[in-house]
Ligand binder design. Structure first.
Ligand code: DAH
Length: 350
């Protein structure tokens, strides 16, 4: 056999092998193909074995040519195996490389609101308060009337309300998205007898344009303590202790008169600015003080409304925005970040 004949033969084997390979479409057939075109008794192997009988000067060129053909077939074989595996993954289970690293499982984190709500509730729980929750769709009755805010009273303007599109027999809309967590005050007192000591975290809604300090949905944490002989000093002592736990033991607190229809007297509570220690900076608007919540002594009308005798029982209530507390603690400048689902923001808390 001449060198040229042998080369023609190799080229011919390669062409036939590639043609046959294109028709192979499962793994058993692929194995058969491998045996017949690349196995020990295949034409190509036989031909390579016979190289030894060629004249020495012809051997290198033909040997190189045959090796190239063999490599071409090997590559074509593994390409085809990958294609088949992709098309029939179950048949190719054996072909999966178990030594490859797996896909990383994305790990979530606790949302900053959840985090601060838990922290605040834990502070009150350690002072004997229990934690309860209430409905976000609420009756006008609990959101306003039971809180000493009658229908058509101007005090309602303090809460821009989202009403549920539903009218009762009198043509009034009795349902709304709660504008604060205070409606739980009446619900809790109606269903228990004093002593009452609860905090109520939950979502609230207002018909409000958003800006860095306002969201149309946000959280509040309500607090209520009612028993015989509870006085303003209890309110001050409890909330002072809370402020120390959240913002540091050397905090000072300040109470000033404020108006909320369901408390009398009503106050707002501020802490001295923990950034400038009261000297005045941007965070405290150069006043040295930061307002953190509303509070007051439960109004006798509210107690009477739930059947508690205001001559026997007294209590205090308070309400705060946990996002605002978190913004102060972490230097967050825009409340809208809490609910815009930007992972660059959220990941900083996980
Ligand atoms: N519910 C009030 C609001 O949304 C906050 C508040 C103030 C709650 C005084 C109270 C309180 O319990 O005593 O503005």
């Amino acid at each position: 056999m001449s060198e040229i004949d042998s080369m023609t033969q190799v080229a011919d084997i390669q062409a036939r092998a590639l043609l046959a390979l294109a028709a192979v479409d499962d793994l058993p057939a692929l194995d058969e193909w491998r045996v017949s075109f690349m196995g020990r008794r295949s034409a190509l192997t036989q031909l390579m074995r016979s190289l030894g009988s060629l004249p020495a000067e012809d051997r290198p060129a033909l040997g190189a040519f045959a090796n190239t053909a063999r490599r071409t077939l090997e590559e074509a074989l593994s390409d085809r195996r990958r294609e088949i595996a992709r098309a029939q993954p179950e048949a190719a289970a054996d072909a999966i490389d178990v030594t490859l690293p797996g896909w990383p499982t994305p790990r979530g984190g606790i949302h900053p609101t959840t985090r601060i709500v838990r922290e605040i509730c834990a502070a009150f729980a350690s002072m004997g308060f229990s934690v309860v929750e209430g409905p976000e769709i609420e009756w006008d009755h609990y959101n306003f009337e039971m809180l000493n805010i009658p229908r058509h009273h101007p005090a309602r303007d303090m809460w821009d309300t989202l009403w549920i599109d539903f009218e009762d027999a009198d043509g009034e809309r009795p349902m709304l998205l709660r504008t604060h967590t205070s409606p739980m005050q009446a619900r809790i007192m109606e269903s228990t007898r004093p002593p009452v000591r609860v905090v109520v975290p939950g979502k609230c809604y207002r018909y409000e344009a958003t800006d860095p300090r306002h969201e149309w949905h946000f959280y509040q944490i309500e607090g209520l303590a009612v028993d015989r002989g509870i006085a303003m000093t209890d309110l001050k002592g409890t909330l002072y202790e809370f402020a120390r736990r959240m913002f540091g033991v050397d905090r000072k607190v300040r109470f000033r008169c404020d108006y909320f229809p369901f408390v009398e007297p009503g106050v707002d509570m501020s802490i001295d600015c923990f950034l400038c220690q009261g000297d005045g900076c941007r965070v405290c608007s150069h006043t040295g003080w930061i307002e953190i919540m509303g509070a007051g002594m439960v109004h006798p009308n509210v107690l009477e409304g739930v059947g508690y005798d205001p001559n026997i029982y007294t209590g205090f209530a308070f309400g705060m925005g946990p996002e605002r507390i978190s913004m102060l603690k972490h230097g967050i400048e825009d409340i809208r970040l809490f609910y815009s689902n930007d992972l660059r923001f959220l990941r900083q808390f996980s």
